[in-house]
Write a protein that binds this ligand. Sequence first.
Ligand code: PMP
Length: 446
Amino acid sequence: MTEFTYRLGQKRNIVTALPGPRSSALDTRRRRAVAAGVGSAVPIYAADADGGVIVDVDGNSLIDLGSGIAVTSVGASNAAVAAAVAEQARHFTHTCFMVSPYEGYVRVAEKLAELTPGCQDKRSVLFNSGAEAVENAVKVARLATGKPAVVAFDHAYHGRTNLTMALTAKTMPYKSHFGPFAPEIYRMPTSYPYRDGLSGTEAAARAISQIEKQIGTDSVAAIIIEPIQGEGGFIVPAPGFLPALAQWASQNNVVFIADEVQTGFARTGSWFASEAEDVVPDIITMAKGIAGGMPLAAITGRADLLDAVHTGGLGGTYGGNPVACAAAIATLDVMHAWDLPARAREIEAVVKPRLSALAEELDAVGEVRGRGGMLAIELVRPGTTDPDPELTKRVVAEAFSRGVILLACGTYGNVIRLLPPLVIGDELLDDGITVLEDVLRTTARV
Ligand code: PMP
């Protein structure tokens, strides 16, 4: 394992009740000032974070197994990223790339062309959030093909803006009462081996047949899909599903968009999850892990598609902000230097067998799945495949009370996902997983 360096001690250390008095006081202020529509997974307020720990305002050190939803893969205060941010901020924080451009944006685009799958000629555009990247990938696909329809899948999550809400599958909490939604979005069945029992080829044939019968190939601009579905439950499609969809798309003038906002940048053990099955997307959407926590997102895709758009058709005031670009360049350098794709594979090698052993032991663990540093357990009622969201909530709450931050996800709210910073040390990871095992053993049996 690479010897990572840290600024903060990498130990779980709980010194008050959780939440402690300072966090509780901040929460009271928050309730008076911050809209109730924004939730938080845990009620502690962060004061510091580094490597695999988050230190709260009461001095508690918690183990971070969420990375702020797959963002802080290089740690939340990586020294090289912090230095790059400070250095860029000393020169200029903003000019707007659409007013007077700067090298950092160009450098990020060059790096994305190198890192993303495929050796075709590529172009990139930078944005601020994953949702914005998805919106723009759809804009490009519609303009380039001259067609209106977009295919999304069951369990998909693509964001919370109007178009991306329409692409997202789950109504509560993402869509309920926020409509009307954007038109020309069609939802197709995905591949969910644990629940549908289909091979990748069968699941793809089912989806393709429905696309052809219900929408018509000559109306479809794009298919958008997460190579491993994130918010929907870390659903890994059966082998062959993604390649079959990509092949069908390429034969039918349909743009294949891989939404790698959550799976990208070393998270799944390769730079992008599409690589696992040699899929070369026409356009790839990225955000989260790209810039060590600074807000940056991107689309990278075939030059002929992206260059089809008229000048001025893509952009935004802050898109590709110079400080965020400096952070991205430093982050990608760190990911290379520390070989974080390999680290993600190591995390899988350590954690997955332990979770699989739990699945053998506990009927409540229906399935263990995922890849690299994106792993999950799906919890069900013993003897069935019925989702158990209540148990999931209890496990997450109990782990938190012991100082381990876990995130739940899934259409049925019954999946516990592990997304540790990829720079987490072995000892801290071991401690976090030991707590999870312990909590599951005690909680699943009562
Ligand atoms: N796509 C995927 C696959 C995601 O996981 C997310 C965020 N969870 C988004 C898009 C939206 O990204 P953002 O929250 O940055 O808008």
